[in-house]
Design a protein around this ligand. Structure first.
Ligand SMILES: [Cu+2]
Length: 241
């Protein structure tokens, strides 16, 4: 409610438009699945080791050198931390966010996960498991940006994003190496590639869709597909040289 009250005129109009949309309904008999993977061709760039020596309380939490996660190429030649979502093609509808919060943790002065997907209106729970002060800075541009301190053992922060925005960085004003990304989707059909580079979007209504992959360094790629009733479709994205 606070977020709505804080919105400007433009956002209010958007909120009202959203409210007039029909509630989304998935028919399990016709819903399908979109799966695929994100390949990386060429030589994986070496990531620099993060220098945490300016903050020994961060540094001593790690037994091995921490590398930047800007580009993480998996052993099977796929790319990790790619946000994949249905960018276009869904019928206009209002999708209810899940009741569970999405979590962003600060652990060893590293954001976990590095890339996080969340639905519009879903709670974002932010934790600080470190013995140091962090300063969480959501550098969103469509949603209002914010920058808030989170001391050790502080209560968890709860935030929401009211508008679609894929992707924006979350940084820490205390530790310049800390960086994660959040993608805010208006619907539940998004995923982030992990250690095997695959993604899976389940319960998708039949239709023709534009699916977008977004990587923090290599940018955006689109694929188009048609999902038959109850069908499955496969999509591959390729980054690198
Ligand atoms: Cu920090």
């Amino acid at each position: 409610m606070l977020l709505l009250a804080a919105c400007g005129g433009g956002q209010q109009t958007r909120t009202e438009t959203q409210a007039s949309l029909p509630e989304a309904h998935i028919d399990p008999a016709t819903a399908g699945t979109i799966t695929g993977k994100v390949l990386f061709k060429g030589e994986a760039p070496a990531m620099p080791v993060i220098d945490m020596s300016s903050n020994p309380q961060c540094e001593r939490q790690h037994h091995t050198p921490q590398k930047a996660e800007v580009v993480v190429v998996n052993g099977n030649g796929t790319l990790k931390n790619v946000f994949v979502w249905i960018k276009a093609g869904l019928a206009p509808a209002r999708w209810a966010p899940p009741a569970e919060a999405a979590r962003l943790d600060q652990n060893g002065c590293v954001y976990q996960p590095h890339v996080l997907g969340i639905m519009k209106g879903q709670q974002l729970e932010i934790l600080n498991g470190d013995p140091v002060n962090h300063n969480v800075h959501a550098e969103s541009t469509v949603n209002a940006a914010w920058n808030e301190s989170q001391p050790p053992r502080a209560e968890h922060k709860f935030k929401q994003f009211s508008s679609e925005e894929v992707l924006f960085p979350v940084t820490c004003s205390v530790h310049p190496w800390m960086r994660s990304y959040i993608g805010v989707s208006p619907h539940p059909f998004f995923a982030v590639t992990g250690d095997d580079g695959t993604f899976s979007l389940k319960g998708v209504p039949p239709g023709t869709y534009t699916v977008e992959a977004v990587h923090e360094k290599y940018g955006r790629k689109e694929g188009k597909l048609t999902l038959a009733p109850g069908g499955s479709a496969v999509l591959e994205f390729t980054y690198g040289s």
